[in-house]
Design a protein around this ligand. Structure first.
Ligand SMILES: *Cc1c(COP(=O)(O)O)cnc(C)c1O
Length: 372
């Protein structure tokens, strides 16, 4: 599905030098690499504050901790997402309210969120699934109307650009009150271990988020909040500092690979190519097909038999997970989510994908659909 070795080979000298430099300096925790990378990322995203942390799940948890929510408060999340989005709510005694997603973009929309808003609703977590932004302007309007926080889960969409109705271009994660991302190795900007970051343009939230990530500490041994210990270590920051300048090129490579799949599969009966949002660029964390007529699992098996990995993101909706059976709430029908879990299939997608490899994958998809 990904080719992390191939990507490393192209920047090996720079990465090795940065890592070695970090080891030689022995500043493993909060070394200069961490500050430098955070500043570079803030500048790339055009956001005021970037708070680095240990992983994307921590980023979401710390974001939720910064909002002064009370146990029992409700937070709206998509039912079709990775577990981390809602898991952190359970840890904090908050109630995930799961709503359905749009059948074309796989993202939640203002229209799907609004009926789920009740007196206990305090926040919305739009997930920019597979690499394109949800319709953030409509969601922000709704949030303003109902006095809600918006925490963007942009673990899959770093670098995606959202264009507002008046033509402003904003990066994913910088539109809501807080944005959360992950640098897990296979994410679009991946480090060589775990990492994450939280963004905000709000000075008060920025200050609080950085305290919460550091034991709730105002200054050494003065603790204002119950916080957590969640750090991006210096070696990971050094690696990310080398990779960030390549992110636009990485997004372009993914986009080119997606265009290539699109062109070959758009007129093939039995599969539907990803639908692109009008407001957002797509950075293709995943290239996800809908396989019609109940043939998804058979196609996946067929591809695997040919040595082509294909993955199901996600096979089970959040509301059907045992972990959420006691704490979650369902709002409205989750018909689209259920249908997607039965029909989505993600193809290999990464920065090193070559036309020849894609031809092989595409050929086997077309073969299977013709003969099944
Ligand atoms: C990867 C991911 C996370 C969690 O990131 P980790 O760094 O693995 O903790 C959260 N939300 C979404 C949508 C993700 O894809």
């Amino acid at each position: 599905m990904v080719d992390l070795k191939g990507q490393y080979a192209k920047i090996q000298e720079e990465i090795d030098a940065a890592v070695l430099n970090c080891i030689r300096s022995a500043a493993f925790i909060n070394g200069p690499e961490v500050k430098n990378f955070s500043a570079a990322l803030a500048s790339y995203l055009q956001v005021k504050h970037v708070i680095p942390c240990a992983n994307g799940t921590d980023a979401l948890q710390i974001a939720m901790m910064a909002l002064d929510l009370q146990p029992g408060d409700e937070v709206i999340v998509p039912a079709f997402t990775y577990v981390a989005t809602a898991e952190v709510l359970g840890l904090l005694g908050l109630v995930p309210v799961m709503v359905d997603v749009d059948p074309h973009t796989f993202n939640i929309t203002a229209a799907l969120i609004e009926p789920a808003i009740g007196p206990k609703t305090k926040a919305i977590v739009p997930v920019h699934l597979f690499g394109q932004c949800t319709d953030m302007e409509a969601i922000m309007e709704l949030a303003t109307k109902h006095n809600l926080f918006v925490i963007e889960d942009t673990a899959q969409a770093i670098g995606a650009t959202y264009t507002t109705a008046d033509g402003r271009q904003l990066k994913a994660g910088t539109i809501g009150h807080i944005g959360c991302t992950s640098f897990f190795p296979s994410k679009n900007l991946g480090c060589y271990g775990d990492g994450g970051a939280i963004y905000t343009n709000d000075d008060t939230l920025g200050h609080k988020l950085s305290m919460l990530a550091n034991h709730g500490q105002v200054q050494k041994y003065i603790h204002k909040y119950i916080g957590v210990n969640s750090r991006l270590d210096s070696i990971q920051a050094a690696i990310l500092g080398v990779k960030l300048p390549h992110l636009e090129a990485y997004s372009a490579s993914r986009g080119a690979a997606a265009d290539y799949y699109d062109a070959a599969l758009k007129n093939v009966d039995g599969v539907r190519i990803p639908v692109r949002s009008a407001q957002s660029t797509h950075v293709f964390h995943q290239y996800t097909l809908i396989v019609e007529n109940g043939k998804r699992d058979a196609l996946k098996k067929h591809l695997e038999a040919q040595g082509v990995p294909a993955m199901i993101y996600y096979p089970i909706p959040l509301n059907e997970q045992e972990a959420f059976s006691k704490i979650g709430k369902i709002a409205g029908s989750l018909d689209t989510t259920r249908a997607l879990c039965q029909s989505v299939l993600s193809l290999p997608m990464h920065t090193e994908l070559e036309a020849q490899e894609q031809d092989f994958i595409i050929g086997h998809i077309i073969d299977f659909l013709k003969n099944s």
